[in-house]
Design a protein around this ligand. Structure first.
Ligand code: UD1
Length: 342
């Protein structure tokens, strides 16, 4: 029986791109997703890209009994990449219990099953949100974490702690967290991408939907920050580059190249772009008009953050490659495909 990589949340934005990269690197994949924020047809589109259909099981990982059933059925799981989680910052403020229950129960069920069914390798989808507004930039992995600004952010910080404590007493387990900066873009095939439900919260989907005419104009949340043009700065990382970091992480754990049994890495480009710079890069890359207006700051937004990626570059041998223009163009091509725009 061939070994499988379990990708939870594998029909979601980052999950689906990671399944593609895993399959193209020769791995066999089983996806678990409850489709709460994605569609089953993503599995078809992954197959169109790779020529290989991933296995797919639809259930909720915060259900402990169902999670155990899964591991009883699939006895050949070699590693887990855990993406499945709620991720809307604003919604998490309104629904804290749903966020803690969903994000943390799913994690604990998976870790419990790792121990019980002898799965040793675990890659976790973490976030730069654990750094809050850092005192010094760029942030390295030794930059102190700050209290989270939202329940969503807190689920990532608490999840890291749970994994650290689990690894501490399970010496055979090998765990690795990737702290993503701002993932954007889409697969160059335009067969998979980001599909937010309703009005997008994140910048790039809002930009592409505005360019496509679905939204009247982009609201830029504040131009009075202490940055060169007054708009906040982020480290926008191409989703395909980000997905490749997961393949590297899986290979590291499977081959036992990890240094300790809980490691964490920043996954960004190392470059900060302001909102205004990103808007201008989009217009330049696509040639499409983008109406925008400056409005007040959004509650909970930090001023600026970007990654020091030295550790990921040296230790994982991974580096972001795509240019911001190509990445924005890929996001636009995906939006056009979704809206049937020529
Ligand atoms: C947030 C979370 C991050 C999470 C990500 C995905 C924090 C600090 N960050 O990132 O952990 O992984 O969401 O959900 O919790 N902007 C506008 N207009 C818009 C939308 C956004 O000007 O319509 C600006 C924001 O003010 C911000 C930048 O664009 O400066 C990026 O915003 P967004 O894409 O929402 O990501 P973050 O808030 O950085």
């Amino acid at each position: 029986m061939s070994k499988l990589i379990l990708v939870t949340g594998g029909t979601g934005f980052i999950g689906s791109h990671t399944v593609v990269e895993l399959q193209q690197a020769g791995f066999d994949v089983v996806i678990v997703d409850n489709l709460s924020n994605s569609k089953a047809e993503v599995v078809d589109n992954i197959e169109k890209i790779t020529g290989k259909r991933p296995l797919f099981e639809c259930f909720d990982l915060s259900d402990r009994a169902l999670t155990h059933e899964f591991f009883k059925k699939y006895t050949n799981i070699e590693a887990i990449i855990h993406f499945a989680a709620f991720k809307a910052v604003g919604e998490s403020v309104q629904k804290p219990l749903e966020y803690y229950r969903n994000n943390l129960n799913a994690l604990m069920n998976l870790l419990e099953c790792m121990k019980e069914y002898g799965v040793n390798n675990f890659v976790f989808s973490s976030s730069c949100t654990v750094y809050g507004q850092p005192d010094k930039l760029p942030v390295t992995e030794t930059t102190p974490r700050k209290p989270a600004e939202s329940p969503y952010g807190n689920t990532k910080a608490v999840a890291e702690d749970i994994i650290r404590d689990f690894a501490h007493v399970n010496s055979q387990a090998k765990c690795l967290a990737l702290r993503y900066f701002n993932p954007i873009g889409a697969h160059p095939s335009a067969l998979i991408g980001e599909s937010p439900v309703g009005v997008p919260n994140n910048l790039v989907p809002y930009i592409t939907q505005t360019a496509a005419g679905l939204r009247k104009e982009l609201s830029i949340f504040g131009n009075d920050y202490n940055t060169p043009d007054g708009t906040p700065i982020r480290d926008y990382i191409n989703v395909v580059d980000l997905s490749k970091a997961h393949v590297v992480a899986i290979n590291r754990l499977i081959s036992g190249k990890n240094k300790v049994n809980y490691e964490y890495f920043n996954i960004g480009t190392g470059n900060g772009y302001s909102v205004m710079e990103l808007v201008n890069a989009f217009i330049k890359a696509t040639g499409v008009n983008l109406p925008y207006k400056i409005v007040g700051r959004r509650a909970g937004d930090i001023e600026k953050i970007w990654a020091d990626t030295t550790l990921a570059n040296n230790e994982l041998g991974w580096k972001a490659e795509a240019s911001i223009e190509d990445t924005l163009l890929s996001a636009w091509n995906w939006e056009k495909k979704c809206r049937n725009i020529e």
